[in-house]
Write a protein that binds this ligand. Structure first.
Ligand SMILES: [Zn+2]
Length: 191
């Protein structure tokens, strides 16, 4: 009659063939691993020597060993988080490459379009300012000419009125038999 021994996590002798003592998380899992992967002729010796430490180990050694076990667990967990994070990073970086290329192309094209549009705008602006200046000069000249014309026209009308008797006397001498009645040379016409 043998009672089934419960194997708790702890320090064991010869968990691996090349180590004297080691912390073992899971005795059953290690046993299965040896059965599955190690040569059958090695098994009896491995299982005879792979045993929990029964006695009292030095306290400092136990503390250091437990600290090592905890640190290793934290390291394994961190590695598990690191691997998918790195994969996601690499994928994101790869996806970024064509987006960056498209962005740079768009920048170049937009830059060229901007330069051309700016040049066209500058030229159009120059032409506009020149035309505006020419228009203002012409407008001023037109205003002056209009004023001068008004003045001369008034002067002419005044002179025409002032000298009408003399002009009519001259006309009577030079245009005998003229039907001019002061308004038309066709006084008979009904107009
Ligand atoms: Zn006449």
């Amino acid at each position: 009659m043998t009672t089934k021994t419960v194997h708790l996590p702890g320090f064991y002798w010869h968990v691996h063939h090349d180590l004297l003592i080691e912390w073992c998380y899971d005795y059953q899992e290690r046993v299965k691993y040896i059965k599955d992967t190690k040569p059958a002729r090695e098994a009896p010796l491995r299982f005879r020597l792979f045993r929990p430490v029964r006695g009292v180990l030095p306290a400092a050694y136990v503390h250091a060993g437990q600290a090592y076990v905890q640190a290793r667990q934290a390291y394994v967990q961190a590695e598990q988080a690191y691997v998918p994070a790195r994969q996601a990073y690499v994928q994101a970086k790869q996806a970024c490459v064509p987006a960056e290329q498209a962005y740079r192309q768009a920048c170049d094209q937009a830059g060229q379009a901007y330069i051309q549009a700016r040049q066209a705008y500058v030229h159009a602006g120059q032409a506009y300012r020149q035309a505006r200046q020419a228009y203002r000069h012409a407008e001023q000249a037109y205003g002056h000419a209009e004023q001068a014309y008004d003045q001369v026209r008034q002067a002419y009308r005044h002179a025409e009125q002032a000298y009408r008797p003399e002009i009519e006397a001259l006309h009577a001498l030079e245009c005998p038999g003229c039907p001019w009645d002061g308004r038309t040379i066709f006084p008979q016409s009904a107009n």
